[in-house]
Structure formats: structure tokens, C-alpha cells
Write a protein that binds this ligand. Structure first.
Ligand code: EPZ
Length: 420
């Protein structure tokens, strides 16, 4: 099983390019099921989760053609299976996103019930309740969600009790081909949902309120394929910026933009970073200074994103002062604190809050990744620790960070993948 070996280093310095967004690519790949003619996607990140979603589509008979630099054509005309099997869904919960499109397009879908994961129970009750209100018949049987809509879906006025990214995405996709109007209230507003909505509109969907918490969708009879470029990954962008801040460095991240991660940029400035913004790049300079500790509380967009929490926890671990981090989205997403404390961090955990007293440097140790973003926090910690840190179970990290060691090497880090 591969591990990452990271030697503590000085300030990161350099330029890197940001890949396409994992969390936009996954729903957009699922949404391709809705199109009657081929879809062409560019800027897809070369990640384990994207490979898994492509494998899932292929397992259902979908034609997938991958040209050089990950230009992908998806042709649904050969789709002949309507089941998302357990062996794929258990490796990627986002497989649930094929449920809405399959039901809307074909009136049937069997999707293995996604389990929880390290960060929480991850229920899908809102997805299912919303689809039932659109006329779907749903049973859970043998660990599978068995859904049918023999007369097609019909528009409904849906109020989602919890702000859910995946729930909003599934219901938005389903509504595009439902008969009549659907209103989604209390919808999530993440930039990845805006990207999905823009893709659906490019295929001919009628959607109003894009970017707001109230989406109105007028169902249409057909959607057609289109060419679409997936947005930049805002969490990858934030991760490298935080790594530069923690290491007192100076970097520029390209092929990205700041208006999709304003809360993160604000926190970095609070930590003492000098930030310069371009049309498609962001520069961060710590001027060699140690970051100041920041307080943050995760919440749905546009508030501070839960996917950036563990990276800032790592930065706070070596910051000047004491910072408080409150995780409100997932019940177990402070799990990386224990591994950071094994590296000499001074973090107290109290329920969904951790209080972090910064130390000058961490100490290298063998650590274990538990989930995607916790892995990123361990890599950041390894960069600012004395000695060589070995991060185990880095299959988590390969799900969401394209070429992570190459990108960090380009910023001057000493990091390599070791097979052990
Ligand atoms: C998406 O997960 C992202 N994944 C997650 O990123 C991200 O952390 C999360 O949104 C929150 O921003 C993808 O986009 C592929 P949710 P999702 O439904 O859709 C509760 C990463 O690191 N809930 O918005 O699964 C749920 O328990 C990943 O890239 C219900 O109660 O998240 C949670 O407390 C990790 N019932 C809250 O909503 C439901 O039916 C937010 O979950 C659905 C969700």
C-alpha cells in the first residue's frame, strides 16, 4: 500500500496549476445520463473518484471515449443497465448521484445504498424523500435503493430540511426532465452546484435561481449533449494556499479564481497572508512570517467550507496564538486532530470544537490518513514538521488531489510516494 514520505521543509515557493473540480465533475458526469446525444467534457481532473464514476457509467453500458488530456466523450445511447453496484458505490458515495438522472431519463434505477464513511453517517433521506414527492416509488431492499417512476417524474414543491449538496444535485437533475415545474427550497448554493446547473442549461434545461437557495426548474421533454469545461477545484486551490501559509511561503495558483472561495481567502488574510488576485490566478505571500491563528466555523456556502476545515486545523497547529475550529456539517470530521497531536500539536477536542494552541514546529511521525481532507492536513503537517513524516492509507488522498506529490515538489517540498 503506497505511502507518502514528507520531509519537513522551509517555506513553499513557486507556481502550480489547479485541476478541474472533483465535486463539480462527479455530478456533471452523472448528469450526462440525461442527454440524448453525446456529451463532451474538458478539464476533468485525473482522480480516483472520477475514474470510479466513469467505470460506473461504463458498467451500465455507457460509451466512454477518453482522448488525450482527459477530454471525455460520453454517449448514453448504448446504456443498457440501470444498476449502480455495491462494489463501486462502496468505494465512492457520490455514485448516488446517478439515481436522479436514471429515474428521470429511464424511469428506473437500482443503486446500492451508500454507507457512511469516516466523517459521518452521510444519510440520503432527503434525496429519497424528494424523489418520492416527484412521483418515484422507492424501496430499500437487500442494501439497494430500488426506484421506479413508470409514468415519469412530475414537478413538485420540495423543502429540504437540511442544506445538502448531493440532495440538491440529485433533485435538480431529476427535475430537468420531470413533467411540470419543480421548486427546490433551502437548496445548497455551492459553486459546484452552479457549475452543474450551467451544464444542465447548456444541455437545454430550464432553471431559474441558479446560485440561490431557491431553484425553479421547468421540466423539458429532451436534453441534448453539449461541450462543457468543468470549473476549477476550489478546495484544491484552498489546500495549496493554506499549505503555503502554514510554511510561511509564497506561491501562485493558476487556472483558478478567487470568487469561489471568498471565505477561505478572508481567513488566510486574517492569518496574515498578503493575497493578490488575478482573473485566473491567486498569489499568496506570507513574507516569511509565521501565520496567526484563526477561528472558524464550518457552514454551507458561502460560509466557511467544511472541506477546508482540516487544512486550517493543520495551519493553526503551527500558528501564533490559539485558534478555535467548529465543525457543524459532519459529526466526525475533527478526526485528524488525534494524528496531529501525535506530531506534537497542542489540540484539545471538545465535541464538535477543537481548540488549537500553536507550536513553532511539529515533530515528524508515522501517521494514518482517515479521509480525503484529513489526509491533506497530514501532508501540510509533514511539511512543517522536523524530520520525515510517513503518511499511510494515502488512497484517500488520491481520490481528490491530482498529482499531489508533483505539485508540492514544484513548490519546493521534499515529498515522494513510497510503496511499503
Ligand atoms: C458534498 O457531500 C461533497 N462531496 C463533500 O465533499 C462536502 O463535504 C459536502 O458536500 C458538504 O459541502 C461531493 O460533492 C462529491 P451533504 P454530500 O449532502 O453531498 C446531511 C470532499 O471532501 N444530509 O451536503 O454528501 C449530512 O449528514 C467531500 O470532497 C442529510 O441529513 O454532503 C450532512 O450533515 C467530503 N440527509 C449535511 O447534510 C441527506 O439526505 C451535508 O451533507 C443528505 C445530507
Amino acid at each position: 500500500m503506497d505511502k507518502l514520505l514528507i520531509s519537513g521543509c522551509g517555506p513553499l515557493d513557486g507556481d502550480i496549476r489547479i485541476s478541474g473540480s472533483k465535486n463539480a465533475a462527479l455530478p456533471i458526469l452523472a448528469a450526462a445520463i440525461l442527454a440524448e446525444t453525446p456529451v463532451n467534457l474538458s478539464n476533468l481532473p485525473h482522480l480516483k473518484d472520477v475514474t470510479t464514476m466513469l467505470a460506473l457509467l461504463r458498467s451500465m453500458g455507457v460509451g466512454i471515449t477518453i482522448a488525450e488530456n482527459m477530454l471525455v466523450e460520453i454517449d448514453i445511447s448504448s446504456m443498457n443497465e440501470f444498476e449502480a453496484p455495491y462494489d463501486l458505490v462502496r468505494t465512492m458515495r457520490a455514485s448516488i448521484l446517478v439515481l436522479g438522472p436514471m429515474l428521470a431519463r429511464f424511469g428506473k434505477a437500482d443503486v446500492s445504498f451508500p454507507g457512511g464513511c469516516a466523517i459521518g453517517s452521510r444519510p440520503v433521506d432527503i434525496h429519497l424523500k424528494g424523489l418520492e414527492s416527484m412521483g418515484a416509488h422507492i424501496e430499500v431492499d437487500g442494501g439497494y435503493i430500488r426506484a421506479t417512476a413508470p409514468n415519469g417524474l412530475k414537478g413538485a414543491h420540495i423543502f429540504m430540511d437540511v442544506v445538502t449538496v448531493g440532495g440538491t444535485e440529485n433533485l435538480l437533475m431529476a427535475a430537468t426532465l420531470a413533467k411540470g415545474k419543480t421548486i427546490l427550497e433551502n437548496a445548497a448554493r455551492e459553486p459546484e452546484i452552479v457549475d452543474l446547473a450551467n451544464f444542465l442549461v447548456a444541455m437545454g434545461a430550464k432553471i431559474e435561481g441558479i446560485g440561490t437557495d431557491r431553484l425553479t426548474i421547468e421540466g423539458v421533454a429532451h436534453l441534448k449533449g453539449c461541450h462543457y469545461r468543468v470549473m476549477p477545484d476550489r478546495i484544491e486551490t484552498g489546500t495549496y494556499l493554506v499549505a503555503a501559509a502554514a510554511s510561511r511561503g509564497r506561491i501562485t495558483v493558476r487556472d483558478t479564481h478567487a470568487d469561489i472561495l471568498e471565505a477561505v481567502i478572508m481567513k488566510l488574510e486574517e492569518a496574515g497572508a498578503k493575497i493578490t488576485l488575478g482573473d485566473d490566478w491567486i498569489a499568496l505571500d506570507m513574507e516569511g512570517k509565521r501565520p496567526k491563528a484563526v477561528n472558524l466555523k464550518t457552514a454551507p456556502y458561502p460560509a466557511f467550507p467544511t472541506d477546508m476545515q482540516s487544512q486550517f486545523t493543520a495551519m493553526n497547529a503551527v500558528a501564533e496564538g490559539t485558534g478555535t475550529v467548529v465543525e457543524t456539517i459532519f459529526e466526525n470530521r475533527l478526526i485528524q486532530v488525534h494524528e496531529l497531536n501525535r506530531m506534537g500539536a497542542q489540540i484539545k477536542l471538545e465535541g464538535n470544537t477543537c481548540i488549537i494552541t500553536g507550536v513553532e514546529r511539529l515533530k515528524a511521525a508515522p501517521v494514518m490518513a482517515s479521509d480525503l481532507r484529513a489526509s491533506a492536513s497530514l501532508v501540510i503537517a509533514g511539511l512543517v514538521a522536523d524530520g520525515d513524516t510517513l503518511v499511510d492509507r494515502i488512497y484517500h488522498i488520491d481520490r481528490g488531489y491530482e498529482c499531489i506529490e508533483e505539485k508540492f515538489q514544484a513548490l519546493g517540498a521534499t515529498i515522494r510516494r513510497v510503496a511499503q
